[in-house]
Design a binder for this molecule. Structure first.
Ligand SMILES: C[S@@+](CC[C@H](N)C(=O)[O-])C[C@H]1O[C@@H](n2cnc3c(N)ncnc32)[C@H](O)[C@@H]1O
Ligand code: SF4
Length: 341
């Protein structure tokens, strides 16, 4: 992406650009660190020390930071968490963001538990798309993986999102060795039947239990191999751009499957993402060791230009890559659920 100024967009020096020339237009906003599941690769059974309510950005504060982001070239906003749908004001948040002068395109990542009831109100408030996380089609495995017996709710949520027209519905699947790694092909068959786009995600070292083990991770190469052995013909599509998933056409048809090979095939060179945590910290990367405290600035009365300067500065400092495969790699202090996945 080049650093051009558009007639009514931000000027080149107002954009979120880092030392490597990457221009940032995609913002992940975490609405909460709380969750109604306990996926074992993400959260311990007892949950975490949740961010205290007074530390969460109030709705107006969050909308202001997103507005400033749009003035710096943010055009895509994905709401995530924790579980974003546990926020009682999620529909209102979407309505407010849709009403911004430079309204970004809005999507949301959810575990789907509350989606059946919310799909239509979310769409009507201005949401464009959803990604729903579902790692298995087996009730027993779902319970083992998430510590909750809620698979039916997730499947109902996926169907409701598709039927409401939140198109395309993408389903995120993390495979874990010895748990659900035999489900790659059945999950793809199911996704094709349901008319949803499946994306496999390599497991990353972001769990608070620090239990990630590279040898246990099911790799992009293994997933491709398993799908091929089960009879799928996958042809790579050259459409990745800044998107994390590589897309493959399935069996010569129009349906696709994606693989997010964050560890073995990182997409850092094309990364265009920044993140806002639920407690108002601005991060240039999931794996960043540093973040900027925008909440204190906003609550301290900083004007728009001062907040924007900090937002730009944090992006300018962004590291070239996450370095998971380097000996000096250190997991960030915040787990995935508190950053916003
Ligand atoms: C952190 S969750 C937040 C949104 C929502 N609760 C959900 O599960 O979709 C976002 C995505 O991150 C994925 N995820 C969580 N921990 C992960 C890890 N350690 N490595 C890779 N993906 C992970 C989840 O499977 C989910 O698809
Ligand atoms: S992956 Fe999503 S649903 Fe699962 S525990 Fe983490 S935040 Fe909750």
């Amino acid at each position: 992406m080049t650093v051009d100024a558009s007639p009514d967009g931000p000027t080149a020096q107002d954009r979120l650009v880092d030392r490597f020339g990457r221009v940032h237009s995609d913002l992940r906003v975490s609405l909460t660190d709380r969750c109604n599941l306990r996926c074992t690769y993400c959260m311990p059974a007892e949950g975490l020390a949740w961010i205290p309510a007074p530390d969460l950005l109030a709705l107006d504060e969050m909308v202001r930071v997103v507005r400033l982001g749009t003035e710096l070239g943010i055009t895509e906003v994905r709401l995530t968490g924790g579980e974003p749908l546990v926020r009682p004001d999620v529909v209102e948040i979407i309505g407010r963001l849709t009403g911004l002068p430079r309204a970004p395109r809005l999507s949301l990542t959810t575990n789907g538990l509350l989606l059946a009831a919310l799909a239509r109100p979310l769409l009507e408030a201005g949401l464009s798309r959803v990604n729903v996380s579902c790692d298995t089609l087996s009730r027993e495995t779902f319970q083992r993986l998430t510590l909750r017996d809620r698979l039916t709710d997730v499947l109902d949520g996926i169907a409701a999102a598709r039927d409401a027209g939140l198109h395309p519905v993408k389903v995120n699947t993390v495979l874990m060795r010895g748990v659900n790694d035999h489900e790659a092909a059945p999950m793809l068959r199911w996704a094709l039947e349901q008319g949803v786009q499946l994306r496999f995600i390599e497991q990353m070292p972001l769990d608070p239990q620090q239990g990630w083990n590279r040898a246990m991770m099911v790799t992009r190469a293994e997933i491709l191999d398993r799908l091929a052995r089960d009879g799928f013909h996958l042809a790579p599509l050259d459409v990745r751009g800044a998107a994390p998933a590589e897309e493959f056409a399935v069996d010569g048809g129009r349906a696709t499957v994606g693989i997010v090979g964050s560890v073995t095939n990182p997409f850092c060179d094309a990364c265009d993402r920044v993140r806002l945590t639920a407690d108002g910290h601005w991060r240039s990367c999931l794996f960043a060791q540093e973040e900027a405290d925008l909440r204190s600035l906003v609550r301290g009365g900083a004007d728009d230009e001062a907040v924007k300067a900090v937002m730009r500065g944090e992006v300018a400092r962004k590291q070239r890559g996450h370095g998971i495969d380097e000996p000096a790699f250190r997991q960030p202090d915040r787990p995935m659920s508190a950053i916003g996945g």
